[in-house]
Design a protein around this ligand. Structure first.
Ligand code: ADP
Ligand code: MG
Length: 703
């Protein structure tokens, strides 16, 4: 196999290819658009780039291109067009790709979720090239396809996707972060970009077992399933030895990702059995969001090749840790300064302390919105369930920064920083080293980890775009407020210290360094007035709150109409997800589980009769006890199916999206739980040969 350094990025139409294949004028024009973002591409330049891109792709066996975009369905969408032209009079075709085709695509805007923004009679939607995220070739069963990352908007310019607002938010944070840098005398940095590294968790199970479970097929998670005799209590899976089959899978995933320029870096086993994680090296936010989509697609595609199935659902198995994404976020300038790097002595780094104060303020003001950005029906099963950050947003700073913050709050400035002590192993041959100044806290939803913030609430199946839109926008707003206040003061040094102390005093309630999983924290957070939104339905109103509208309209990221439509889509998405789960449970219970249990009870009854007729002296009380216990649960399951079917039907008939979602949460989900209980009990009682599907033990431990 070739050297990774040689094939890394070979399927990306990146810098090197562009430089080699474009005229100097075209290359420089494109570069200006990408780097400075101030100018649009001219038609002539677009035509030249399209031609070069097509030639590059055709040389690699590509016949089709697609405008690759991220509609509000949560996944990516693509429509493949081939490069072939109309045949000439002799029947010959050419491979063609125009500048217009590169830059603009047209699609049916009304066939994607639009929350009422697009009716079928006004259906036009456009995809436009995001030249700041490079085009790439993606393998597919239909042959390699040239993917052009695009944004997707309606005819009237409303964003119908996840990329458009992300790009808008990146412009906002760029403008406002530059103002902060200028306050401190930086005149050389030209651009500030949010850097994002998203760690991706996932489960791998055997594909043939997956195919025997309708719940996994239709909903991505198990809706029934008794606890296996062994769970994750031994903590033996986390960082455990990677099994051969999984290792082979990971190798193929890395290779494909590397070819597409996705810098997959770390892979390890996670806490739960059959759970794993992949982390890339961080990239500019929009590229990182595209790459995360590619990572999810690649995991699923390669899994099939290994007769595995990749589950990206947030909670595939009850009672076993679920999956999320850690969204690592920082701000980096074009000349390589990480604005979130505190240095060795943060108390002397006033610029960092101002930035930190602004982020603390932003998270406190928009905690609700940040929580909403991670809301997802699947994530409700994970957040706040003793394994993931709670549904209460708070910030973990670590002992070093918390100490500096405390000094500011007490005295208006800070004069010292705690430093890392020397780590001593007590073994003379092991090296001693200076420890990090701060330990980790895995229970915090929003933690400072060295030179970045890590937002850990995002769901494993979700796009990271929303979370980053909120991060960028809310921090831009706080930067803007600080810059407005500090730009024209006489004594900057004094004013900035006062400003930092004031902001920290006002927003200290959002800082929490303790155990986020504890009951006490829930009570303490309520005393502090911090919002607690346990379900997605509770979280969605934050999308249309006054502070959210003000924030997004200020920077032209979302209009209030766009926000209303997104709230509508969120309620609809929730109701649809739960509805599919309810239908699946009814179907599995009625068609598989109840009939299987009837077969088992019939066999038991036959056995009782046969044993009895063989000899009246033999004790059949065990069979009788089992029969009566199973039959009682069978009765309960059958009643619960009827209730669930009726509740789901009632909920579906509600016209208003919010009320419908609420009914699914309050009436349908409890009915689902009520059905699961007797079924899981029966799973433990019924002869395994009768049970109609693989159990948790089969799924989790036999990969
Ligand atoms: P940790 O040990 O804190 O989890 P890692 O170094 O393993 O940190 O990185 C976790 C993720 O964070 C990776 O995807 C990495 O690329 C990303 N990351 C590291 N530094 C930054 C940064 N400055 N900005 C954004 N993401 C970062
Ligand atoms: Mg992490």
């Amino acid at each position: 196999m070739a050297n990774v350094a040689e094939y890394f990025g070979e399927n990306v139409f990146g810098e090197a290819e562009m430089k080699a294949r474009l005229s100097k004028t075209a290359y420089e024009a494109l570069h200006r658009t990408i780097e400075e973002g101030t100018e649009e591409l001219s038609p002539a330049v677009a035509a030249e780039i399209a031609e070069a891109m097509k030639n590059w792709a055709v040389e690699r066996g590509v016949t089709h291109y697609t405008h690759w975009f991220q509609p509000l369905t949560g996944t990516t969408a693509e429509k493949h067009d081939s490069f072939i032209s109309a045949p000439d009079s002799e029947g010959h075709i050419m491979m063609e790709f125009s500048g217009k085709e590169l830059i603009k695509g047209e699609t049916d805007g009304s066939s994607f979720p639009s929350g009422g923004l697009r009716a079928t009679f006004e259906a036009r939607g456009y995809t436009t090239w995001d030249c700041t995220s490079p085009a790439f070739i993606k393998p597919s069963s239909a042959g390699p396809v040239l993917c052009i990352p695009t944004a997707f908007c309606s005819y009237t310019g409303e964003a119908l996707d996840k990329k458009t607002p992300l790009l808008r938010s990146m412009e906002a944070i760029n403008t406002q972060a530059l103002r902060i840098l200028r306050l401190f005398g930086n005149t050389t940095s030209k651009k500030v970009m949010p850097s994002v590294g998203a760690e991706q968790e996932y489960f791998l199970i055997d594909r043939s077992k997956y195919l025997q479970r309708e719940d996994l097929i239709f909903t991505g998670r198990t809706l029934f399933g008794a606890k296996p005799p062994k769970g994750q209590e031994l903590d033996d899976h986390y960082f455990g030895k990677i099994r051969e089959r999984i290792g082979a899978f990971m190798k193929d995933v890395d290779e494909d990702l590397w070819r597409m320029g996705v810098s997959s870096k770390t892979e390890h086993n996670e806490v739960a059995p059959a759970q794993h994680e992949l982390a890339p090296i961080y990239a500019v936010a929009n590229v990182a969001a595209d790459h995360n989509q590619l990572i999810m697609e690649t995991l699923k595609r390669i899994a099939k090749r290994h007769n595995l199935r990749c589950l990206l659902h947030e909670k595939p198995f009850a009672g076993v840790n679920g999956s999320g994404k850690h969204n690592n976020w920082s701000l980096v300038t074009d000349d390589g300064i990480n604005m979130l790097n505190p240095g060795k002595a943060p108390h002397t780094n006033t610029q960092f302390m101002l930035i930190l104060a602004c982020i603390i303020e932003a998270v406190d003001i928009h905690a609700d919105l940040l929580r909403e950005s991670a809301a997802d029906a699947g994530n409700d099963l994970r957040l706040g369930a003793d394994e993931a950050p709670p549904a209460i947003i708070s910030i973990f700073l670590g002992s070093q920064l918390e100490d500096v913050v405390e000094q500011y709050i007490a005295r208006g400035n800070a004069t010292s920083s705690i430093t890392g002590t020397v780590f001593k192993s007590g073994v003379s041959t092991l090296p001693d080293f200076v420890k990090d100044a701060t330990d980790r806290n895995r229970t915090s939803p929003f933690a400072f980890t060295g030179n970045k913030f890590e937002f850990r609430a995002v769901g494993s199946n979700d796009s990271i775009s929303e979370a980053n839109v909120v991060m960028n926008a809310m921090v831009a707003e706080s930067f803007c407020r600080a810059a407005d206040e500090l730009e024209n003061v006489d004594n900057f040094d004094e004013a900035v210290q006062e400003y930092i102390a004031k902001v920290l005093r006002e927003h200290r309630r959002i800082i929490f360094n303790g155990d986020g999983y504890s009951e006490e924290w829930i009570e303490e957070a309520a005393r502090r007035g911090l919002p607690n939104r346990p379900t997605m339905v509770d979280a969605i109103p934050a999308l249309t709150s006054e502070s959210t509208e003000k924030l997004f309209e200020k920077f032209g990221i979302f209009t209030s109409t766009e926000l209303k439509s997104r709230a509508e889509i969120a309620y609809e998405g929730y109701a649809k997800a739960v509805n599919i789960e309810a239908n699946t449970m009814v179907e599995m219970a009625s068609k598989d589980i109840i009939p299987a249990v009837i077969r088992y009870t019939t066999a038991l009854a036959k056995s009782i009769n046969e044993v009895r007729s063989a000899s009246t002296a033999v004790d059949v009380s065990v069979q009788e006890e089992l029969l009566s216990e199973v039959s009682a649960n069978l009765r309960a399951a059958r009643s619960a199916v009827v209730v669930l079917r009726d509740e789901a039907e009632k909920a579906r008939c509600i016209a208003d999206a919010k009320e419908r979602a609420t009914a699914f949460r309050d009436n349908v989900i409890p009915a689902m739980k009520a059905l699961r209980t007797p079924v899981d009990t029966m799973e433990m009682l019924v002869d395994k040969r009768y049970w109609p599907m693989p159990t948790y033990g089969d799924l989790l431990f036999e990969v």
